[in-house]
Design a protein around this ligand. Structure first.
Ligand SMILES: [Fe+2]
Length: 459
């Protein structure tokens, strides 16, 4: 048992837990092995921040974190990518939207589930409120992940383990009072009180609900008639970007591409945007502007993009009515065109282009929409971002900005001709990776500014 006890207070782990949970953390319960034998690997993932569980939630204020639940996973054997086992959905500890069933069951996870690869001896830390679980093991060797769950000072989580928690410590006189009265006098962290008793009220009566499900009345009701696709909304709120597939048909694509071919000589090669990065270095970025005022019929495929119902509807729920358009501009990068170093983030906060969530609404003051006129292949360059960075609380490290040391945080999106990309520019970290495809990029970029702000400060 000594090696397991040593891991409990491993000096490096303790340093991290002091930073992440804060002083006074404790082990919530006995450590466990995460494997097919100890876990229901067919069960939906658990976690997420809606509804909020205060005893497990992530708090941030004045540069301090108070992450009330942290799971420390020690890899006792290697785990390769694709091995299965422990999985999670990044950034869900800051999510404001309930997890759609398809994401939790894996039925249609929208590409959000991440299975970390680890080497034997690695330590993996994950917030307890991140959506997570264990999937069937596919690896060659045996699965050896040892999990310790820590709780913040004073946080009430599991009943814990050991003989004491089986007892009912209620004093005898509790037999003389009503079950409802007893319910208000329970002692936490015993098996009889985990989950705690639930009193359901309506302002006139008090009743015990045996189901044990939290009763916490809300001012607002979810609106099934909002016309919002709930999975899209979840994805946007979580990541700060969204891709709609196949919005343009073949004819429309053809016309748009033809127009750009026709005015190729008007393409202007732009300034250096890789900002000294080694990864993003290359030649200037070719763009073609003035698309809405091209001579007839060449302006037509681009005018069709403005106020397009499918796109306009998303703009409506992302930031409300009154958004106005600038552009569109065609991005026509050729092989070797340099990337654009990553920019914008939740920190430092810039309200005119920021992202907020309140009472079921997304307030994205700036949204950029990019219509793809050609396929964007994996690892061939193009739009890249740090999903979730619209809610970041720490400044971006220089290596992420340049992509020279991206920490695995930067995602280059793969798209098909006809797809439309939305992103919360100004809030979610984004940029471009150097174009490596011999077929030039064709993306039509349209910027939307909200009714509330000038995106450039008002000059
Ligand atoms: Fe940008």
């Amino acid at each position: 048992r000594d090696p397991f006890r040593d891991l409990l207070v491993h000096p490096q782990l303790v340093w991290f837990l002091n930073q992440i949970i804060g002083y006074g953390f404790r082990l919530d319960r006995q450590p466990e092995l995460l494997c097919d034998a100890t876990y229901d690997v067919a069960a939906p993932l658990v976690g997420g921040n809606e509804p909020r569980i205060p005893a497990r939630a992530y708090y941030f204020q004045n540069s301090r974190r108070y992450c009330q639940a942290v799971r420390a996973i020690w890899a006792l054997a290697d785990v390769e990518e694709g091995d299965g086992g422990f999985v999670l959905v990044p950034c869900t500890h800051k999510g404001n939207v309930e997890t759609p069933d398809d994401i939790a069951t894996g039925e249609d996870d929208m590409g959000l589930t991440f299975q970390p690869a680890m080497k034997a001896g690695d330590l993996f830390l994950v917030a307890g409120t991140v959506l997570q679980g264990v999937r069937p093991w596919q690896g060659a060797g045996s699965q050896r992940l040892l999990s310790y769950e820590y709780a913040g000072r004073a946080a009430i989580q599991s009943a814990g383990t050991g003989p004491k928690v089986q007892e009912d410590p209620s004093p005898e006189w509790h037999a003389q009072i009503t079950p409802e009265q007893r319910a208000s006098l329970y002692r936490p962290e015993y098996e009889y009180s985990s989950p705690p008793p639930v009193l359901v009220t309506d302002g006139e009566s008090v009743k015990i609900d045996e189901s044990g499900e939290v009763f916490h009345p809300s001012f607002y009701n979810r609106d099934p008639n909002s016309g919002i696709d709930e999975k899209e909304f979840y994805f946007w709120e979580l990541n700060g970007y969204l891709v709609l597939r196949g919005v343009m048909d073949e004819t429309w694509l053809e016309k748009a591409n033809e127009a750009i071919d026709k005015f190729e000589d008007k393409i202007v090669v732009g300034e250096e945007l890789s900002r000294g990065s080694e990864t993003l270095a290359g030649t200037g970025r070719p763009t073609l502007g003035g698309l809405l005022t091209l001579p007839d019929p060449y302006c037509e495929p681009f005018r069709q993009m403005v106020s397009h119902p499918v796109v306009q509807h998303r703009i409506s729920w992302m930031g409300g009515s009154g958004a106005r358009v600038s552009g569109p501009t065609a991005f026509c990068s050729v092989e070797g065109t340099w990337g654009h170093s990553l920019h914008d983030s939740g920190e430092p906060m810039y309200p005119p282009m920021g992202y907020q969530f309140q009472n079921g609404r997304s307030y994205s003051e700036a949204v950029t929409v990019t219509w793809q006129l050609r396929d964007v292949e994996p690892d061939m360059g193009g739009f890249a971002c740090v999903p979730g960075a619209h809610k970041a609380k720490y400044e971006m490290p220089p290596g992420v900005r340049s992509c020279d040391d991206h920490m695995g945080l930067v995602k280059q999106l793969v798209m098909k001709a006809g797809d439309v990309l939305f992103f919360a520019d100004g809030a979610m970290t984004h940029g471009t990776t150097a174009w490596k495809n011999s077929i030039p990029r064709r993306g039509i970029l349209i910027k939307y500014s909200s009714r509330s702000f000038h995106r450039s400060g008002g000059e």
